[in-house]
Design a binder for this molecule. Structure first.
Ligand code: NAP
Length: 250
């Protein structure tokens, strides 16, 4: 059987790991990319406990040569690449008045430039696949909402969507679709590090009165990567429990 091959950036933790496990459970051949070897091994062990296999690749998205090499290694080892999930991201917080140029640049480098570099590295393989799917993990923050302390993050997440729309046009000729999932507040290690008060405030702001799970996002990504979604490209899917809907806080 010709298994579809999936590579998930930032697949060692949080949403990315949820996406990777979902694809593995569905029988796909899955590779995950992250910086920390320790996080990668922990993810691999978690998968193994569920009888699943994740192939792990240690790589910093900010290093384009390393990234190109990593994507090629995965594709050569597993006979191609069909689906790329651009999920790796960072979300440090800094008020605008105190934000340094370095902080701004770091967030753009991973979140928006990292998306561009990942797609560029995967392109030769996705073109060969004649099925290619790119699914970007953006955010409601930036494309739809704002949040104090995240001017750099919000800009990077909106940038991903500008990139997505043009990439969708340019790559349509190879039958490659490019779409984005916009998570609201999803319970991950990254979100946990924001503290209990942040999580409580977010639950209160969500009409469905809970944080999202990584499985909620994985389901949306899985759909956009499916054969059935083959006529959807350049689109966004918001998965936020209704957080962006209220017209008033009352
Ligand atoms: P997380 O728990 O902090 O996990 C982030 C993942 O990205 C880790 O696997 C991390 O690996 C990897 N990563 C970070 N920088 C990297 C780099 N330079 N090179 C390679 N890998 C890198 O984050 P998360 O909450 O799951 O968020 C994942 C994505 O969802 C991000 O794009 C984020 O913006 C988006 N998102 C999250 C939420 C939420 O509520 N959690 C909401 C909206 C959007 P290492 O730690 O090993 O480097």
């Amino acid at each position: 059987m010709n298994l579809k091959k999936v590579l998930v950036t930032g697949g060692s933790r949080g949403i990315g790991l949820g996406i990777a496990l979902r694809f593995a459970r569905e029988g796909f051949c899955v590779g995950i990319v992250g910086r920390s070897q320790q996080h990668l091994i922990a993810a691999q062990e978690k998968a193994a406990q569920q009888g699943l296999v994740l192939h792990v690749y240690s790589c910093d998205l900010q290093d384009s040569a390393q990234l190109t090499d990593t994507v090629s290694r995965f594709a050569k080892q597993h006979n191609g690449l069909d689906i790329l999930c651009c999920n790796a991201g960072i979300f440090p917080s800094a008020p605008l008045a105190e934000m340094t140029e370095q902080q701004w640049d770091d967030v753009q480098a991973v979140n928006s430039k990292g998306t561009f570099l990942s797609v560029k590295a995967a392109l030769p393989w996705l073109k060969q696949a004649e099925y290619g799917r790119v699914v970007i993990t953006s955010s409601i923050t930036g494309p739809v909402t704002g949040y104090p302390g995240w001017a750099h993050y919000a800009a990077s997440k909106a940038a991903q969507l500008g990139f997505m729309r043009t990439a969708a046009l340019e790559l349509a000729g190879w039958n490659i679709t490019v779409n984005a999932v916009l998570p609201g507040n999803i319970f991950t290690e990254g979100l946990e590090s924001m503290g209990e008060a942040y999580a409580a405030a977010m639950i209160n702001a969500v009409p469905l009165k809970r944080l999202g799970t990584v499985e909620d996002i994985a389901a949306a990504v899985h759909f956009l990567a499916s054969k059935e979604a083959g006529f959807i490209t350049g689109q966004t899917l918001i998965v936020d429990g209704g957080q962006i809907l209220p017209e008033s806080t009352g």
